[in-house]
Design a protein around this ligand. Structure first.
Ligand code: SF4
Length: 210
């Protein structure tokens, strides 16, 4: 499924206010995450099990268009490098899928262990790592442990008690903003994209997004 990139970019003025609200929400997520991670004494310093090697799917138009804003912040050489990498990663994933292989491959935005569009990274990249809970209406709360690196560090610090980190309000707020964005853009299709696939939607190699 292709995103109607050209059409979306022509109505940028209409959806920018929604992205501004997303910006504020991401700021809240980052502050909450940092506060709880700090209480554990956990710091994400990069590790062998790097989560940028994990194939995460992203499901919102919000995250796609926010990433596009990130691309606008790069110069044309920077964009070119990102798109080329994304096409390579995307093709490798497609090959692996066709052959039924599991493939752990670095996100095309990761350069020298740093995210090259860090302020524009999607939600899961902001929330991954520390234990969390999620409350679904009518169901029991789902609790998830942190990543392996979290366990190693917290064992070292002797901090093993759960510190409450509830993702529910963030997910709800995202859903509300996604609804507002869909209303503004008229875009109704489901989305399921990796970062590489999102970036690879710019496949005409003109790299013009202004
Ligand atoms: S967007 Fe950035 S933080 Fe997220 S997986 Fe890619 S490189 Fe890592």
């Amino acid at each position: 499924m292709n995103l109607p990139r050209e059409r979306l970019l022509t109505i940028r003025h209409r959806y920018l206010p929604v992205l501004k609200r997303l910006d504020a929400l991401f700021g809240e997520m980052d502050r909450s995450y940092t506060a709880v991670a700090g209480q554990y004494g956990f710091a994400c310093n990069g590790c062998a099990d790097n989560c940028c090697l994990t194939r995460f799917y992203h499901h919102t138009l919000l995250e796609y268009l926010y990433l596009v804003e990130g691309l606008r912040s790069l110069d044309s050489d920077g964009r070119h490098a990102v798109f080329e990498k994304a096409l390579t990663v995307s093709a490798a994933m497609n090959d692996a899928d066709r052959q039924g292989r599991t493939l752990r491959i670095m996100c095309p935005l990761n350069r020298n262990d740093r995210c090259s569009l860090y302020p524009y990274r999607p939600m899961i990249c902001r929330l991954h790592g520390i234990p969390h809970e999620l409350h679904q209406s009518g169901g029991n709360p789902v609790k998830n442990p942190g990543c392996d690196s979290f366990f190693d560090q917290c064992r070292q610090h002797g901090q093993t008690n759960y510190i409450r980190f509830d993702r529910t309000p963030f997910y709800r707020h995202m859903a509300m903003l996604e609804k507002a964005l869909r209303r503004e853009t008229g875009y109704a299709h489901k989305i399921k994209f990796t970062i590489a696939q999102m970036l690879a939607t710019f496949t005409d190699r003109t790299y013009e997004i202004d």
